[in-house]
Design a protein around this ligand. Structure first.
Ligand code: PAF
Length: 281
């Protein structure tokens, strides 16, 4: 496995590696969900193409300094996992290695980020778009794979490549879950044992609400009320948001007439977890 730690090293490596090149951008602390993205990338690149992974905890997408400081960074372990997955190239820039100190250009998203995580994490998606566009410019990948767990991120990145004519195919991959249903996340390791035991209720709350579909319910309010009740039964968690939005526009809806997304973010102390469920009319 090749490794590059600076943008210069990366450009040199990229020039020698076979195409197609498929990129998996990550912030490290790799878990089974990331490994599934790497396998999907191999499928897209083929046995003779290149699978590349970036590991960079992007400071400009964090809205809470404490969350950035606490973000796990087990680099040696991450590299071993990439190697075991047959990744060809890993890019591990230093914390200050991606941005000029006097950086003055940022990608701004102004519509799809109005609700959900975009509403409670100001600037988050501008930070994500900026770093992903930079990674696309550096790697010049043919395709890039992202988890569907970050449903808003995926929609925004698809919009970014469309709106800015970025010649990269965006591939989404289904959420990978723990056996008890909790969506895999690098933040799960920061939960206390009590909070970890409680956290599968997030999925159950969304599933419980979804079951209203089979009784013919289509108004948003009962879905939101059912999910909220289940979440609020927890003595531990605090709801950051719970919203029902159109799957394409990500704007709140009053009636389910088209594919929709019931999405939530919750806090266990300072650990923020997200999950969502698609609802089909
Ligand atoms: O999903 C993530 O891990 C990050 O938001 C990404 C896409 C790697 C950008 O920093």
């Amino acid at each position: 496995m090749r490794q590059a730690a600076t943008t210069e090293e990366l450009r040199r490596e990229i020039a020698t590696l076979p195409r197609p090149l498929v990129l998996v951008p990550t912030m490290g602390a790799l878990h089974e969900g990331h490994l599934a993205l790497m396998r999907r990338a191999r499928e897209a690149a083929g046995p003779h193409g290149t699978v590349a992974v970036s590991i960079f905890v992007n400071p400009i997408q964090f809205d809470r300094p404490g969350d950035l400081a606490a973000y796990p960074q087990p680099l040696a372990d991450d590299l071993a996992k990439c190697d075991a997955e047959g990744v060809d190239l890993v890019f591990t820039p230093a914390a200050g290695g991606m941005y000029f100190p006097d950086r003055s250009i940022t990608v701004t998203e102004s519509l799809l980020s109005r609700h959900l995580c975009g509403a409670t994490r100001p600037g988050h998606f501008d930070g994500v778009c900026t770093v992903v566009l930079k990674l696309f410019n550096l790697f010049q990948p043919d395709a890039a794979v992202f988890g569907e767990k970050d449903v808003q991120q995926l929609a925004i990145l698809r919009r970014m490549v469309r709106d800015l004519d970025v010649p990269v195919e965006i591939i989404g991959y289904p959420t990978v879950r723990e056996p008890d249903g909790l969506a895999m996340s690098s933040r799960n390791v920061r939960l206390t044992p009590e909070h970890r035991a409680d956290a599968p209720r997030i999925r159950r709350a969304l599933e419980g609400a979804r079951s209203l579909l089979q009784f013919g319910e289509r108004s948003a309010a009962p879905f939101l009320a059912a999910a909220r009740k289940h979440l609020e039964d927890s003595p531990f968690l605090r709801i950051d948001y719970l919203e029902l939005v159109d799957a394409e526009t990500l704007q709140p809806i009053a009636q389910i007439k088209r594919p929709s997304v019931l999405a939530t973010a919750v806090f266990y102390d300072d650990v923020r977890l997200i999950d969502h469920m698609t609802l089909l009319p």
